[in-house]
Write a protein that binds this ligand. Structure first.
Ligand SMILES: Nc1ncnc2c1ncn2[C@@H]1O[C@H](COP(=O)(O)OP(=O)(O)OP(=O)(O)O)[C@@H](O)[C@H]1O
Ligand SMILES: [Mg+2]
Length: 399
């Protein structure tokens, strides 16, 4: 019964508020109190500790960028909640993918030699991306994937359930990182309007509480990604994370990613700013998104060791064509821009409209787009489908 209500370990019971446990069907106030106190006793939580003996063993997971690690005081910290918020395409999911791999590295290389629970509410988890990041860090992609526990989430209630399940994985499967990408996406859609705000914040509060408890109990890192809303402050507009004070106060580290100042279509450079962290200065830095995750530059080095028996693909941002060829193809693609997307085999009017809404309005843009990205952003479209369109678009280019 307790498990069904998200209280699946003695630790969870010991740290749950009385008001929550007593509400579990049929338990009642007295029994709830007894259960909680027994759990606290069993875990040695009923004595004060001498401050000198407090276990504050913070460890850090490398983000893939030494600059980001620097402003975060070493990387993504264990035992705490870290919130990354920023606009569309700012690199939040890329960071989530990168640390899902780097946590598996040995400690001396910036990892924790541990496994991951990945809660995916936007359907943007990409195995191919994980494989590329694994190769970059010299890890076997198959093994890396086997250590990521992935859950695709469909409702906020489902999200709550899987957050509780993640706590169990910390206990049973050595999970030391929980990713929630993104925290608010489903809540935002389910609880619309001011009348629903109190209920939404209540659900959110429960999630943040459960995650904090898990982070603390298992010295586990928690990464939450969040979207932004533009707020007007007098004459100025500013981007702020959604979720209000509950998220802001519940997260120990808050970092903002920005695309502003860089064209997110042409450049993979991003800016990160520490917005709130009790023991860190308000610093900022630049980093890059690459096909193999977050990095310090747009070119990441892939290890060339022969023992690594897997193929290393060309990076997304690397160009194989020389300047002359590139100029030529530019002329061709410019001419093609006049043609409608519907001239590509397999693309009808509705799909063309969806693509235009996503920001792809010409054949050349379709060819240059990242198929994983397009497939993840347009509902009902598979990666294979997008790759087919790209092939058909290239065929037009050759005729
Ligand atoms: N293979 C790749 N190589 C280089 N850059 C890539 C690759 N795949 C995606 N990108 C870039 O990453 C950016 C998207 O980043 P990401 O998905 O991390 O953003 P996000 O902040 O999670 O956005 P959202 O709010 O939409 O979830 C895009 O600008 C895209 O061009
Ligand atoms: Mg994302």
């Amino acid at each position: 019964m307790l498990q069904e209500n998200g209280i699946s370990t003695a630790e969870a019971l010991a740290m749950s508020p009385h008001s929550v446990v007593s509400e579990v069907d049929g338990l009642g106030g007295k029994t709830a109190k007894k259960l909680i106190w027994n759990a606290r006793n069993a875990l040695g939580m009923t004595e004060f500790t001498i401050a000198e003996e407090i276990d504050e063993n913070i460890e850090y997971i490398t983000t893939g960028s030494s600059e980001l690690n620097r402003i975060l005081g070493g990387g993504i910290a264990t035992g705490k909640l870290t919130e990354i918020f920023g606009p569309f395409k700012s690199g939040k999911t890329n960071l989530a993918h990168t640390i899902a791999v780097t946590i598996q590295l040995p400690e001396k290389k910036g990892g924790l030699n541990a496994t991951v629970a990945y809660i995916d509410s936007e359907n943007t988890f990409a195995k191919e991306k994980i494989k590329r990041i694994a190769k970059r860090f010299g890890l076997d992609p198959k093994k890396v994937l086997s250590k990521i526990h992935h859950a695709r989430i469909y409702s906020s209630d489902h999200q709550q359930q899987m957050i509780a399940k993640a706590e169990t994985l910390c206990k049973t499967r050595g999970v030391r990182l929980i990713v929630v990408d993104s925290l608010m996406a489903l809540l935002r859609n389910e609880y619309v309007g001011i009348g629903m705000l109190a209920r939404r914040q209540n659900v959110l509060n429960n999630m943040i509480h459960a995650l904090s408890r898990t982070a603390e109990t298992y010295n586990c890192a928690v990464l939450l990604t969040n979207q932004v809303a533009t707020k007007m402050v007098g004459m100025f507009s500013a981007d702020d994370a959604i979720g209000g004070n509950i998220v802001a106060h519940g997260c120990h580290f808050r970092m903002m990613f920005k695309t502003k100042g860089f064209s997110s279509n042409n450049s993979l450079k991003r800016r990160a700013i520490i917005v709130d962290a009790p023991d860190l200065p308000p610093e900022e830095c630049e980093f890059f998104i690459t096909s193999a995750g977050i990095a310090d530059s747009d070119q990441v080095e892939m290890p060339k060791s022969r023992e690594m028996n897997f193929q290393i693909e060309t990076l997304y941002e690397e160009s194989n064509v020389n300047q002359e060829e590139e100029d030529e193809s530019n002329i061709e693609t410019e001419e093609l821009d006049d043609r409608d997307l519907t001239s590509v085999k397999g693309i009808g009017k509705g799909t063309a409209e969806n693509l235009i809404n996503y920001g792809i309005s010409s054949i050349s843009q379709l060819i240059e787009s990242n198929p994983e990205d397009v497939a993840s952003k347009i509902s009902g479209v598979s990666l294979k489908k997008v790759q087919e369109w790209q092939e058909n678009a290239r065929a037009i280019l050759q005729t």
